[in-house]
Design a binder for this molecule. Structure first.
Ligand code: GLV
Length: 382
């Protein structure tokens, strides 16, 4: 089956499972501890029911919108994800190109395999950069400056991962980039020959933004050593000020899941917040993103843009988030599955599937403009 034959994100997920070595596929397909919040993110979308409307003119529909003042062909950005260049060789570069061609924002993670400069070298429009704050302030300042020099148009500051939530699969799999050459890892790779061939053709196999730039880490290839040895567990609201000043551009705060934190973010000078529980990868037991969205929009939505990530697996999910007042949404796993399944063409297919589902759902709800969606299109609250 080719990526063009995939009809759903679930189809792409199954294709990726067959193409990507287990440790990297499962890195994407995992949540913290019991994975309860990971599952709730998806399940709670299914509880929301749409209002079916008929005999409404469905011609001239538009999905175009804006996120933080940038025109987007649909309000769906590519989320920052770690290890993306391990789902497919040069993954961040390919996904950024697919997003640019599609007219949606691409967000590069600090924990990416391809560096800021790599992604800049293959794109012509600004992308967004996600920042993790490390204890080595010089390194962080330098990272911000590198994102500025690359022309990034937004800084997405992640607030919910100063210590790493435990994902059992990663520990059991011995996740690292580059992978280790133990019999178990060699077997995982040997059974994925196309992945290996692509990987042999690139030199990008470890954390491109940080290896060689940050100091004081024991195991350079492990996410858990980077976080435990480098990330700053004292990060506070005060730090947002110096980050914002150094950056000087659009700032998005990612990881707000509580109304009180949402209200506190109003004074931070940020342009938007992302309602997020890190895809259920951090605080297991936290509420789903979509269930928290309505109250956060009610608390701050008239004063700043509220975006959402977590659990989106279809254009219908995007529509439901927009109905609850999100001005933008992010897809993480859906694009990783597309990427793992078929590189750039796979990411394009992910975006096409979501766009089609969003468009048809909007029409059957009796709406023609994505900007007009509201709670009025929903049958009842989550
Ligand atoms: C962080 O980048 C993660 O693995 O969730």
């Amino acid at each position: 089956m080719s990526v063009e034959q995939a009809l759903t994100i679930a189809d792409l997920k199954e294709q990726a499972r067959r193409r990507v070595p287990k440790m990297f596929f499962e890195y994407a397909d995992s949540g913290a501890w019991t994975e309860g919040t990971y599952r709730a993110n998806e399940e709670d979308f299914h509880k929301i029911k749409l209002r079916q409307r008929v005999l409404v003119d469905m011609t001239n529909r538009s999905l175009a919108s804006e996120m933080i003042g940038e025109n987007v062909s649909m309000p769906v950005a590519i989320a920052p994800t770690g290890f993306t260049g391990m789902q497919h060789a040069d993954g961040e570069m390919l996904a950024a190109q697919a997003a640019e061609e599609f007219g949606v924002p691409f967000t590069l993670s600090t924990m990416s395999i391809c560096s800021i400069e790599d992604v800049r070298s293959v794109t012509s429009k600004p992308f967004w950069f996600q920042l993790y704050v490390m204890q080595d302030r010089d390194f962080v300042l330098n990272l911000i400056d590198r994102a500025k020099a690359a022309g990034c148009s937004a800084l997405v500051l992640t607030l919910d991962l100063q210590i790493l939530g435990q994902r059992h699969k990663d520990l059991r799999n011995g996740l690292s980039a580059p992978p280790r050459f133990t019999p178990k890892h060699l077997w995982q790779m040997a059974t994925r020959p196309f992945w290996c061939l692509d990987m042999l053709g690139t030199k990008r196999r470890t954390f491109g933004n940080i290896v060689g730039h940050a100091k004081g880490v024991g195991d350079l290839s492990s996410l858990s050593s980077w976080t435990s040895e480098q990330f700053d567990p004292q990060l506070s609201w005060k730090d947002i000020e110096w980050i914002r000043e150094r950056w000087g551009g659009k700032l998005i705060l990612k990881g707000i899941l509580d109304e009180e934190d949402a209200r506190m973010s109003l004074g931070s000078g940020a342009d938007a917040i992302i309602v997020s529980n890190h895809g259920g990868r951090q605080l297991d037991g936290a509420a789903s993103s979509i269930s928290m969205l309505p109250r956060i929009v009610d608390a701050v939505g008239d004063q700043m843009e509220v975006h959402l990530d977590g659990g989106i697996r279809s254009g219908q999910d995007v529509l439901k988030a927009l109905c609850y007042g999100a001005k933008g949404t992010y897809i993480g796993r859906p694009f990783l599955y597309g990427l793992g399944a078929g590189g750039k063409a796979g990411v394009r297919r992910t975006l096409e599937i979501i766009r089609k589902e969003l468009d048809v759902t909007m029409a059957l709800c009796g709406e023609r403009d994505v900007k007009n969606l509201s709670r009025n299109n929903l049958l009842k609250d989550v």
